[in-house]
Write a protein that binds this ligand. Structure first.
Ligand code: GAP
Length: 458
């Protein structure tokens, strides 16, 4: 990471804490590794990104519907999907300093060799690699470690207790609800089922702020197609839509690239996988994924549950097991990209202005109402404007500190418009409206203000 890029990440982390976007979680107990709380503006940003995604991929399309399933599913779901046996990372411990690492990551960093899945070869390489923490070469055997979080379900007696898992991907619910969805909806193939929700992975190497978390959110689609469908064309179209989505968050096209997984590295369920990678300050890394899962999931769940998961084509009454294309989007990584891509520093009158130039669909605050001073005489008009505008926009009322400091704060939050009420407003019934990016100020009549902002924000 270059100094400049390292700085950008530090600046984002610091801005997020200072301005109420993202806090390290459990901080009063000394923090809890890789766990974060979305603060007041962070939660607005997150909700806006989810809303944008849901509108683009569910509400605006005739071929898509959404569901919202539980985090803990029947343990047999993960047996059938192959996660209980196959969702593993390779780990190794340093016997000297007792630190634990992902074996494939250490080997790749030291040798450039990608040995994912090849435990024996990793072990051989490790005999020549120093521990990144203490510098000794004294490794345990490389062993696999299942990444699912297990939890105990208390039933009627101790003997009746059993292990269940927090879902490692949201996709599970979509496959097991396939029958309920097609029985209750009038769907024509191809169609997609979407879901947004938390997923959990016991990551050995978490880090880079909210890039790799143990608890994160996914926005996933399973797009069911006829087995004879020419899927390559659809696959390409989905890749383009995924790119369109990240561009709508403010990302720059030059910071995106795709990476196709070589055959030997494909997940156990995938026939083809392409990642959309983003140029984070720590390099190009996965942002979203697109996989062709064939009929692996529906067939596996049919076999394990005894329930036929088929589609009946009403036109010719033929039954078949659909294939599926899966576009998957990490919500936390989308938030990280929105923060990185929209962060700007500008010099204004010799001073640095920091501004988050979020697109209007995702800015946490649309309009800030700022009476020039706390004086009682300005409050009634300022409150009246706030109460009127909040019926249409996400607004914030702020009367503390100097107006310069308040503008600076709103710029750092990414607020689209600031409305300032001054003493002249009491005489001429006009207010100053300042636009975030140009900083251009317009004097607008109070009774035309809502319409003016509606026009700007539509
Ligand atoms: N259902 C397919 C699936 O789960 P994945 O590539 O393992 O595929 C999908 O995960 C997306 O979830 C990734 O592209 C990434 O955006 C996000 N993601 C995965 N692991 C994550 C983690 N530990 N922290 C944050 N986001 C993660």
């Amino acid at each position: 990471m270059s100094k400049k890029e390292e700085n950008l990440m530090d600046k984002i982390v610091s801005l997020c804490k200072r301005r109420g976007f993202i806090f390290p979680a459990s901080e009063i107990y000394g923090g809890f590794a890789n766990s974060y709380t979305y603060g007041p503006y962070g939660v607005e940003l997150k909700n806006n990104i989810k809303k944008l995604w849901w509108k683009m991929f569910v509400q605006d399309r005739e071929d898509m519907i959404g569901i919202d399933g539980p985090i803990i599913l029947h343990p047999k779901v993960w047996e059938a999907s192959g996660h209980t046996t196959g969702f593993n990372d390779a780990l190794v411990d340093c016997k000297n300093c007792k630190k634990r690492f992902r074996a494939d990551v250490i080997v790749e960093e030291a040798t450039g060799k990608d040995l994912e899945g090849k435990l024996e070869e990793m072990g051989k390489e490790l005999t020549k690699i120093k521990c990144p923490s203490c510098g000794k070469v004294d490794w345990t055997e490389v062993r696999t470690f299942n990444m699912m979080f297990a939890t105990k379900i208390n039933n009627v007696s101790d003997e009746d207790e059993y292990i269940a898992y927090l879902r490692p991907e949201t996709a599970g619910s979509i496959f097991i609800e396939f029958k309920n969805v097609i029985d209750s909806m009038r769907l024509k193939i191809p169609f997609g089922i979407a879901q947004i929700g938390k997923a959990f992975r016991n990551e050995i190497v978490a880090g880079n702020f909210i890039f790799r978390l143990r608890e994160f959110e996914q926005m996933e689609i399973e797009y069911f197609i006829h087995p004879d469908e020419k899927w390559e064309k659809l696959f390409k179209a989905w890749l383009k839509l995924q790119e369109e989505f990240v561009l709508s968050l403010g990302a720059n096209k030059k910071d995106l690239r795709t990476y196709e997984h070589p055959k030997e590295k494909l997940s156990h369920y995938s026939q083809k996988t392409v990642d959309i990678e983003y140029n984070y300050p720590f390099g190009f890394k996965e942002l979203y994924g697109l996989a062709h899962r064939g009929n692996f999931d529906l067939s596996s769940h049919t076999k394990a549950s005894g329930q036929k998961l088929e589609f009946i084509d009403q036109e010719n009454n033929k039954k078949f097991v659909p294939h599926v294309i899966e576009p998957t989007f990490g919500l936390d990584r989308s938030i990280l990209v929105a923060l990185l891509a929209n962060y700007h520093e500008e010099t204004v009158k010799g001073e640095t202005r920091v501004v988050l130039k979020f697109p209007k669909e995702i800015a946490p605050v649309q309009v800030a109402i700022l009476p020039l001073s706390k004086k009682d005489s300005l409050t009634p008009l300022a409150k009246k404007i706030f109460n009127d505008l909040k019926t249409c926009f996400v607004c914030e009322y702020d009367e503390t500190q100097s107006i310069g400091k308040r503008y600076r704060r709103q710029d750092e939050i990414g607020t689209l418009y600031c409305v300032t009420i001054d003493f002249d407003s009491l005489e001429d019934n006009q207010v100053t409206v300042r636009e975030r990016d140009s900083m251009k100020q317009d004097r607008i009549k109070v009774n035309e203000l809502k319409e003016y902002l509606q026009e700007k924000l539509k």
